[in-house]
Design a protein around this ligand. Structure first.
Ligand code: CUA
Length: 152
């Protein structure tokens, strides 16, 4: 009968609406994470062009990019050197557990989460020596996890 046809049609519409809403909520969210470049598979750090050879890269003018890999209980590289009057963008990721990357005396203080790339930019006007510390408890030798940033 026609009643059954309309019932089925209504059910199809309802399922269709739910599918649309679910796609709208979940689909683009996943796409955004893929597109922003902020995620990284911890097992593929060595294949990522930013982290295959971590360190300082001069990208033009007074701009530098520094990629750092955190792993219990050290940073690679552990010694960073940039010139004074430079604008430095740090990209930091973790190979194992959650760490932090904190440059003492600057506003650089970020969590470093496996699977994500933390990014922050800071200007160094004057020469100086800065300690780098892990502020996030990451195991037995957390307190030994440190590095050094020299602005020359
Ligand atoms: Cu790494 Cu605490």
């Amino acid at each position: 009968t026609y009643e059954k046809v309309w019932l089925v049609a209504a059910m199809v519409l309802i399922v269709g609406f739910i599918a649309t809403i679910t796609y709208g909520a979940v689909g683009p969210g996943i796409a955004m994470i893929d597109d922003d470049g902020g995620d990284i598979n911890p097992d593929e750090i060595n294949d990522d062009e930013r982290f295959a050879e971590p360190g300082v890269e001069h990208v033009g003018g007074n701009e530098y990019e520094v990629s750092v890999v955190a792993q219990a209980w050290s940073y690679t590289p552990s010694q960073i050197e940039v010139p004074a009057n430079s604008e430095v963008t740090f990209y930091v990721t973790s190979r194992d557990v959650t760490h932090s990357f904190s440059v003492v005396g600057t506003n650089v203080n970020t969590m470093v989460i496996p699977g994500q790339v933390s990014e922050m930019t800071v200007e160094f006007d004057e020469p100086g020596e800065y300690g780098i510390l892990c502020n996030e408890y990451c195991g037995e030798y957390h307190h030994t996890m440190e590095g050094k940033l020299n602005v020359v």
